[in-house]
Write a protein that binds this ligand. Sequence first.
Ligand code: HEC
Length: 141
Amino acid sequence: MKITKPLNLALLAIAGLTFACGGGEKTTETTTAEVAAPAAPAQEVSLEDKYKDDPIYIKGIEKVKGSDCTSCHMVERKIVGPSYADVAAKYESTEENVAMLAKKVIEGGVGVWGEVPMPPHPALSEEDAKDMVRYVLLLKK
Ligand code: HEC
């Protein structure tokens, strides 16, 4: 029999209760714990897994990891900068958008996502910045 974690905890609690007050309310406790136990979340495929075999992904992530992007951006969670998934949801992956965003990565900028600026990356070539942006815009849900 597989005992789930919440149930395990409930059993521990009951053990404690039994010890503390002589075993009263055992049935009630069990029922409450079972109702309160959250349903297991549906297993979703991460965006990383969804796109990891795409050549745009492979080329882009290598360059992104070689730069400082990951200290401010995560794929599916906003940290200092917007998540890549949010950026991908905002812009179609057209040549104009790739060029515009690559320019922003190189020159830095502020005001689209909030008051926190993205610092410039003057050492990046236009080609590298574009490969990074193509990777970012690929990460659509
Ligand atoms: C010091 C933190 C920081 C670093 C490092 C950083 N970013 Fe950003 N990035 C931000 C912030 C903050 C914004 C939101 C700027 C705004 O609101 O206009 C942003 C926005 C963006 C956007 C969306 C721009 C827009 O106009 O919608 C892209 C694309 C992006 N970053 C890619 C990158 C890439 C690629 C790198 C690595 C070369 C990188 N960022 C490194 C903080 C950072």
